[in-house]
Design a protein around this ligand. Structure first.
Ligand SMILES: [Zn+2]
Length: 330
């Protein structure tokens, strides 16, 4: 039997917020809910509907514009095939869905384990460039606990990947926390560092509203490569060609919105692990490619991780080794 744990109450002016402690049961949506928007890179209009899904289903995309059985795309690190400016998934039949990271971050932030995402195009709508609209959708749909234990991936030893001056690492921790450092020549960004303990339900207030960002002079180059065709001041923070000024009339949502968005991207990319992580992530200038390489390095070393029924935010619960099972798959 499912139990409602979060739902927008009739007449309530604000949706229920995430609890301070993470649940120990798997969670899905109470009901289906959808939205329509444009793809950041494709510029195409897309409609997306999030559906409840059975326990142990995981997060799955379904391209409803493609006939036949090849339209399911698991939200899984091994399905990531393109990391230029976004995380794009591709299934064995070559069907793709791009820019999944902000939606994945919202699902991670709301501790949603199981969800079927119907989409009628190749890219998740960008909405306002942050995870906040997806968080709102999930809160409006409501969340139910399921009759199956939640399972985390516990990091057992340090795993690090480097690509030039880009570095990302995972280290053991009793919760899930992220530290990120960026360093841009643009004085509008320059050096920013941010740490957040996400086990404490801080995703919504600290991270979710941070928007993606770009530089005015990059736009034509990106568009020549088929990217950023839907990008505008409505869905991104844009910095002018001198690198000194934010072009958006309303300015920034957080003083350090840029690094917070990099945290948001990392949270979404890491949720492609297939379960919440019990570990500390540290990124230095890392992006979608290095984040995915980090998951590949983690799962390539079977001594680096194990399943745990202690989930982020429930650190007081006893650690119980999960039964032996094949490597995370879907
Ligand atoms: Zn992003």
């Amino acid at each position: 039997m499912n139990k409602i744990v979060s739902q927008l109450r009739p007449g309530s002016s604000s949706p229920a917020t995430m609890s301070d402690t993470a649940p120990v049961s798997q969670r899905t949506l109470k009901t289906s809910i959808g939205c329509t928007g444009i793809g950041l890179h494709s510029g195409a209009k897309v409609t997306m509907v999030l559906h409840p899904a059975d326990h142990d289903t995981g997060i799955r995309f379904r391209r409803i514009d493609i006939a036949g059985g090849g339209a399911i795309i698991p939200a899984h690190w091994a399905s990531v095939h393109d990391t230029r400016m976004n995380s794009c998934l591709r299934n064995d039949d070559g069907v793709v869905v791009g820019t999944v990271e902000h939606l994945m971050a919202a699902l991670a932030g709301m501790n949603i384990d199981n969800c079927l995402i119907d989409i009628n195009g190749p890219e998740v709508p960008v909405m306002d460039g942050s995870a906040a609209p997806f968080l709102f959708l999930i809160e409006c749909a409501g969340v139910v606990e399921q009759d199956a234990p939640r399972r985390a991936i516990k990091v057992l030893k340090r795993v690090v990947v480097k690509d030039g001056d880009r570095v990302a690492s995972l280290t053991p921790s009793s919760g899930f926390s992220v530290r990120f450092e960026i360093d841009f020549a643009s004085t509008a960004i320059s050096r920013q560092e941010f740490f957040v303990n996400l086990s404490r339900g801080t995703f919504k207030s600290e991270i979710s509203r941070a928007r993606t960002f770009g530089f005015e002079q990059e736009v034509s180059m990106l568009r020549a490569h088929g990217l950023a065709r839907g990008g505008s001041l409505d869905n991104a923070v844009v910095i002018d060609s001198t690198g000194t000024r934010v072009l958006n009339d309303d300015g920034l949502r957080y003083g350090d919105e840029f690094v917070r968005h990099k945290v948001l991207d990392a949270v979404g990319d890491l949720y492609l692990a297939g379960a919440p992580l019990l570990g500390h992530f540290h990124g230095v200038r890392s992006g979608h490619a290095v984040n995915n390489q980090l998951l590949r390095a983690l799962f390539a070393d079977q001594t680096a991780w194990t399943y745990s029924t202690t989930t982020p935010g429930s650190a007081a619960a006893p650690f119980i080794a999960a039964p032996a099972r094949a490597v995370v798959n879907g």
